[in-house]
Design a protein around this ligand. Sequence first.
Ligand SMILES: *Cc1c(COP(=O)(O)O)cnc(C)c1O
Length: 359
Amino acid sequence: MSDKGIMPMEYRDMKSQQFASDNYSGICERAWLAMEKANSGHTLAYGEDPWTQQAADKLRELFECDCQVFFVFNGTAGNSLALASMCQSYHGIICHETAHIETDECGAPEFFSNGAKLLIGPGAYGKLTPDTVTSIVSRRSDIHYPRPRVLSLTQATELGTLYTPAELGELGRTSKSLGLRVHMDGARFANAVASIGCSPREISVDCGVDVLCFGGTKNGMAVGDAVIFFDTSLAEDFAWRCKQAGQLASKMRFISAPWTAMLEDGSWLTNARHANRCAQLLETNLREIPGVELLFPRQANALFVTMPEPALKQLRKNGWHFYTFIGVGGARFMCSWDTTEESIARLSRDIAEAVECYC
Ligand SMILES: *Cc1c(COP(=O)(O)O)cnc(C)c1O
């Protein structure tokens, strides 16, 4: 990116950090170096390479169990293909109404499952409760309604909140008693582990999660999420499913080498902790600004706030990018592995100024 002539215009305009998505960030050094190190010589292709073996072993170590691991290019693919492997086309997948699989995957879960229907439910702070799940399952049992088969939970949620281990345990028990399998969308699973301070298995396999999609991209990798089958019987044909969907990376070592590297030195957690801490700092700043209200408790690396509409406009005019279409509206500010205190200060100051003008 040293040659200004070939640098795309938008990139040049966005040399400052943004808070629109943790995907606005680049690749962390640990992941980058791992890719570089893997970039020597020839090796087996399509995931048969030693890097991929090692990354899968590292994940088995991390979750302290004999799970089956696959790597796909992104979260949408991971979720959709995992869900497709957990149900038949006539089944229903229960999820929160703000779930990424419902609102941001362009129908991919329905497409890859050949028509399984998402059954959405409400819930405070982006979370489902056992009661809601039970009522969705028990409202119909006739042949005209899709048969509920999977519960999909997002951890951390789309609204930046967390299920506690106890809440997950209860949801897991409820699911088992209702004959539901449990899928976890863990695009920000690392942020959840970092914030709760538990072991990864305590908020996944120990709570009855059958398949976890563990996000790497938002955590500082270039590309690549891990699909982890704790119920290994569900993984039987998964490799073929991935290949058919165009999700079998030919040179898979460049996805798996960063996973190994980041699991080895713990930078998956360091990165997540950093993003969480940045969001906490931003929260502290914004709480001091009259006219800015927090929408949900900040528990991971996302902050949702409301402020007067003209202030939002002013912020955009000042060059800030942020989403306002997620959940119940408001502006979402997302911190990432590389967010700096300087950027947080700049955003906080601009928000304070914008709101002051319009309050
Ligand atoms: C980002 C994200 C995903 C994955 O999205 P991709 O853009 O397909 O990588 C999945 N679930 C949630 C909750 C997300 O925030």
